[in-house]
Design a binder for this molecule. Sequence first.
Ligand code: NAP
Length: 295
Amino acid sequence: MPAKLISGKEIAQQIREELKQEVEDMKAKHNVVPGLVTILVGENPASVSYVTAKQKTAHALGFNSIQDSQPEDLSEEDLLALVEKYNSDPNIHGILVQLPLPKHINETKVLYAIDPDKDVDGFHPVNVGKLMIGEGVFLPCTPAGIQQLLIRSGVETSGAEVVVVGRSNIVGKPIANIMIQKQKGANATVTVCHTRTRNMKEHTLRADILIVAAGVPKAVTADMVKEGAVVIDVGVNRIGKTESGKAILCGDVDFDAVKEKASLITPVPGGVGPMTITMLMLNTVKAAKLANGLL
Ligand code: NAP
């Protein structure tokens, strides 16, 4: 029987409705409004559209949200000063610097300058370390979204064999770290595969839950998937354009063939994608609570 779809769109919508209610309650009971600033340097079209989507969602949830657009030639020093300004602004709880930054700016330096308590992307080493020791507050958004997809789809993770394909700092490593924690929605046995993995299929075939973040179209084919596995496809690959100029997307999993073997599978688009912005909003609400002694 073909797999059931895990709709990231529906689950993200559900979480957004919960957050909207939470924001209304915070406002009414504590006079606190979550504040998010998105800093965009330059006019990279993809970055502009990501930042616009983040701002739109933040507004819809009732946040105090600021879009701070800066010119491409902004100096590193000026960007660091801007981050510092928001670090000390009590009305701003979350700071997001949209990546990539122009080449003359050291991304690491800028990300490390963000106050860890305002690091709603979860990329600061303090937050990476906290995640590692099971005390994570701001989990990176895409991996946190994957965990929510599993929890809210009723997938049993405790004791499950989880195989992650990819070891990037934004998806592969953090999702592996999340899934091994001694916590609800985790407690899994985790294997991480990458380009140096010998015989990847040997690993993926053992997976009860297969999470693929390789950035390679159809890197996972049906012969690599166990019957009944839950398959989470993180990949977003642009493989062409429609006549009207819209990008044609595909994941890292050979969806049509794999859906015949899996029990649950995420589509691309409409799977992991919608969860990422939603988890950014969740992190901003957490940051506002943290700053006001409500967490
Ligand atoms: P990345 O930084 O390029 O990392 C890819 C990882 O996959 C690397 O660790 C690489 O191994 C491994 N890999 C590549 N090809 C492989 C193969 N054939 N077999 C096994 N491992 C392989 O990518 P990323 O940032 O993690 O993103 C991965 C995908 O997720 C991309 O398509 C990206 O667009 C998408 N993504 C989606 C969202 C969302 O919100 N939906 C968010 C983030 C990323 P090595 O380390 O050995 O090179």
